[in-house]
Design a protein around this ligand. Structure first.
Ligand code: ADP
Length: 170
């Protein structure tokens, strides 16, 4: 039985402002993976800091610049977040994304084609994020999506009764 993997993909603010969403989704469609979730949102700083919590330990010198970048300091404050599912999803997607440093990335990968290094901040503006392991994919998907926002129940859920104020269409 083939292992079904999930992978969280974020088209970062530079991808949106440069109108690259179509090109990126087309490139990823080569994988024949299924999209099971998608939404556009403004990224609150707290969400970005939680998403990059492990980067803070691993590469502390780039943490603040990377959070600034994904929350929209240099482009727009919107991102498009997607969840892909299928066989070897992580490896297939990351191969098409290319290396973290856009200057080292395969020139025909997404990062090689569209990424750049910001000349003033040194931030790798590499257009796309993709989960790098099944553990991180699960953490990231649970961080960015509620179960009801996905077309499939990917992880165990529980029912809780909560009283919340919600906005409805008038
Ligand atoms: P990846 O996004 O390829 O999984 P990392 O998790 O190491 O790579 O880094 C997260 C993000 O932080 C990168 O996509 C990039 O935007 C930024 N970044 C990482 N390393 C550097 C660096 N040395 N200089 C500038 N920005 C970096």
């Amino acid at each position: 039985m083939v292992e079904q993997q999930q992978c969280l993909v974020i088209i970062k603010p530079d991808g949106l402002i440069k109108s690259l969403t179509g090109n990126i989704i087309t490139a990823l469609s080569e994988t024949k993976l299924k999209i099971v979730g998608a939404k556009v949102l403004k990224v609150p700083r707290e969400l970005a800091e939680r998403h990059y919590a492990e980067l803070k330990e691993r590469k502390p010198h780039v943490f603040v610049g990377t959070v600034d970048y994904i929350t929209g300091k240099y482009h727009t404050d919107r991102v498009l977040v997607l969840v892909y599912q299928g066989e070897d999803a992580i490896e297939k997607i990351r191969r098409i994304c290319g290396s973290t440093n856009p200057e080292d990335a395969d020139p025909v990968s997404i990062r090689g084609r569209y990424g750049r290094i910001h000349s003033k901040t040194g931030v790798f503006e590499n257009v796309i994020h993709a989960s790098d392991s099944t553990e991180n994919a699960e953490k990231e998907i649970k961080l960015w999506f509620q179960p009801s926002e996905l077309a499939e129940i990917l992880y165990p859920t529980e029912k809780l009764k909560v009283e919340v104020e919600q906005t409805f269409w008038k």
